[in-house]
Design a protein around this ligand. Structure first.
Ligand SMILES: O=C(O)CCC(=O)C(=O)O
Length: 265
């Protein structure tokens, strides 16, 4: 992670990394997502989706480019500098959102102190928890309604007051910015940041692709139902398989005391 990236991530709570995937990889990912989508009855906020939200899971089984995104060096050099030297990949999925879909309401927005939602800097070292890598598989403008956030909110020590939440966390409100993203870029953001997504406005659906990373010694999402299948693990290197190990840092079993050998697959 270079000094410019460190400055921008600390300032904003997110970082744009360009040219993570090629045009061809983006198009291939969209084709594979299209064959795997399932309709979602409700959005994560409980809105009726009315056919405007779909979800695609078990993407590793579809091979590349999903598998190489587990440990793409452009991403891991940032994540290992802000989370921990050894990482876990907690979940990965695509949300496909169609024009006029309900918003993904703003959430997060204060550092709170819990292991998954921390944000601190000591002696030039950033310490954050659960971190999202959102890959833009298509060109996204500010008007489209992609990723939105309140830059800098990851450093807030206070949660937004309940009575002010509607106004201050309003998508399209004065604090919230929509982030334009070039095709093939990644937005890396800490879950501690206040973030969400406005209603999608482009005729072409948004093929959002998300990976969530944590310290290999920490855990947020229940893992059993998210662990890659044997078919998916068979396509990974040993280093990639380690991203799906159980959460511990040391004193593991004799064959894997420091959690740096694959446990599954
Ligand atoms: O659609 C988006 O970019 C927002 C994603 C989001 O809010 C999340 O992953 O928690």
């Amino acid at each position: 992670m270079n000094d410019r990236q460190k400055y921008l991530f600390d300032l904003q709570g997110y970082l744009l990394i360009e040219d993570v995937l090629s045009e061809e990889d983006c198009d291939l990912a969209i084709e594979k997502i299209k064959t795997r989508v399932q309709p979602m009855k409700k959005t994560p906020d409980g809105y009726e989706s009315n056919g405007t939200w779909e979800n695609a899971a078990r993407l590793y089984e579809a091979g590349e480019p999903f598998i190489k995104l587990i440990d793409d060096p452009k991403i891991t050099e940032v994540l290992t500098a802000i989370i921990a030297p050894a990482l876990r990949c907690e979940s990965s999925y695509s949300f496909v959102r169609h024009k006029g879909c309900p918003p993904f309401e703003m959430h997060g927005g204060n550092r709170g102190g819990g292991v998954n939602f921390r944000y601190d800097v000591h002696n030039g070292q950033i310490y954050t928890g659960l971190t999202v890598v959102s890959i833009a598989l298509q060109e996204i403008s500010e008007q489209d309604g992609g990723f939105a956030c309140i830059p800098g909110s990851h450093k807030s020590d206070f949660a937004v007051p309940v009575e002010d939440r509607k106004e201050l966390f309003a998508l399209g409100g004065s604090l919230v910015r929509n982030i334009a993203t070039p095709k093939g870029a990644a937005i890396v953001f800490t879950e501690t940041l206040a973030h969400g997504a406005a209603s999608w406005q482009n005729d072409e659906p948004r093929y959002g692709l998300f990976f969530k990373f944590n310290d290999r010694a920490a855990i947020y999402h229940a893992q059993e139902q998210r662990r890659p299948s044997a078919e998916a693990l068979a396509q990974m290197t040993d280093a990639q398989k380690c991203y799906f190990n159980l959460a511990y840092q040391a004193f593991g079993p004799p064959e894997n005391p420091r959690n740096d050998k694959p446990q599954f697959g």
